[in-house]
Design a binder for this molecule. Structure first.
Ligand code: ADP
Length: 396
């Protein structure tokens, strides 16, 4: 991964780290609290052994018969202290409450001890364990929710930032794209106004100015069509895509000549019939041809091929330019995206051309794709569904 990308992800990693810390902190405090609760519950039941001894005292004093005494003590245990039991001194540990201080040595109950039932202690410990397990599970869920939230937050912030950066780039490019032909027009008109130019030169000037007007028209058309967006109804008409291609090639003849690029049309398109909206379809072709000429080295050829493939008409526009780098192939159809090749102000562009082309082809139920052969240059292919023969007849 590029180091810059790693740095850009730093806030995300920090956010993830923060989520882990927050969860760990939460689990730690909850588990600590559960240990304290367990401890105090154990101490509380342990204290019952001494309370029970105090309750046994009247029975011991009242009952002289050892059997009756035992019955009285057992009744108190069952009724009021079900968590306690009486055991012999030999089995007891150090913590238990002994009956010895209340009885004479000869008394058969002398060696008895009151203690908390092991099952009560196990119950308290089991409760504490399941509470802790619950905290770990809750902590895990909490962490997952936090991580998903952090991811969504990071993604939306980075999208916003990328969009903002793209808008800035677009504004810069659009200003450049609109101002450059205007400046050239102004300069040309000022030169023509001086009236000292011979007719041959002024004709050349006028052609140049016309080229600038075409350029302005082309960019403004792109922007307006994109601004209208999907709300605009397409006016679908049957037609031969070869006618659209030829018309657009004619429009670009002067521009291609100025860059010494040859436009070569081939293929079997003359009998094809498709449904398309001439306005947006031709603007799509203009965008592709404009890029092919723009990114072609001087003196190269742009090859346009129209073909029938199954039930589809395809139009390929292939140039001998630098091609689209692998890393950009996914992004070139995004709005405002301008790649390495298109980043030079000298070449111009707004990053809208391919976005518009993709939207238009989708609305036509066709497609646009960049062919992935690893040779030099780029080849963009448009596909449109052919009208079947019955529909073609009807359309005619
Ligand atoms: P732009 O106005 O920048 O040409 P596009 O949407 O038409 O905008 O194209 C987007 C990007 O795709 C360009 O900036 C460029 O990097 C790349 N691209 C498009 N067409 C070609 C091509 N024929 N050869 C090389 N790169 C191309």
């Amino acid at each position: 991964m590029h180091p810059w990308k790693r740095i850009r992800r730093l806030p995300f990693y920090l956010l993830v780290g923060f989520c882990f810390l927050l969860t760990a902190w939460w689990i730690y405090f909850q588990v600590r609290a559960s240990h304290q609760i367990e401890e105090s519950r154990l101490q509380a039941v342990q204290a019952h052994t001494h309370e029970a001894l105090v309750d046994f005292a009247p029975v011991i004093r009242r009952q002289t018969d050892p059997t009756e005494r035992r019955v009285g003590i057992d009744k108190i245990l069952v009724d009021e202290y079900p968590e306690l039991e009486l055991i012999s001194d030999a089995e007891a540990g150090s913590n238990e409450a002994r009956l010895a201080p209340f009885l004479s040595k000869e008394d058969p109950l002398h060696d008895l001890v009151v203690r908390v039932r092991p099952s009560t202690i196990e119950g308290i410990q089991k409760d504490a364990r399941s509470t802790r397990l619950m905290f770990f599970t809750e902590g895990g869920t909490f962490l997952i929710v936090l991580l998903v939230g952090a991811f969504l937050f990071y993604r939306s912030v980075s999208r916003e930032l990328a969009l903002h950066a793209q808008h800035e780039l677009f504004l810069r490019s659009a200003t450049h794209e609109l101002k450059t032909p205007l400046a050239a027009l102004k300069l040309g008109l000022q030169s023509l106004a001086q009236d000292r130019m011979d007719p041959e030169r002024s004709k050349g000037y006028l052609e140049l100015l016309e080229g600038q007007v075409d350029r302005l028209e082309f960019e403004i058309e792109n922007m307006l069509l994109i601004a209208e967006g999907r709300e605009k109804e397409l006016e679908m008409q049957p037609g031969n895509p070869a006618e659209d291609v030829t018309a657009v090639i004619d429009e670009f003849a002067a521009r291609a000549q100025a860059r010494e690029v040859e436009l070569e049309l081939s293929g079997e398109g003359h009998s094809l019939l498709v449904m398309r909206d001439p306005l947006t379809f031709r603007q799509t072709l203009r965008n592709l041809l404009d890029n092919a000429i723009k990114y072609s080295p001087l003196g190269e050829t742009v090859r346009i091929e129209i073909r029938k493939q199954g039930r589809q008409a395809t139009i390929s526009i292939k140039d001998a330019g630098p091609g689209v780098p692998h890393s950009e192939r996914e992004k070139i159809f995004d709005k405002f995206f301008r790649g390495q090749t298109g980043s030079s102000d000298a070449l111009g562009g707004t990053g809208l051309g391919l976005f518009f082309a993709a939207e238009t082809m989708q609305a036509h139920r066709g497609s646009i794709r960049l062919e992935h052969d690893d040779g030099p240059g780029s080849c963009f292919t448009l596909t449109l569904p052919l009208l079947d023969s019955a529909a073609s007849e009807e359309a005619r």
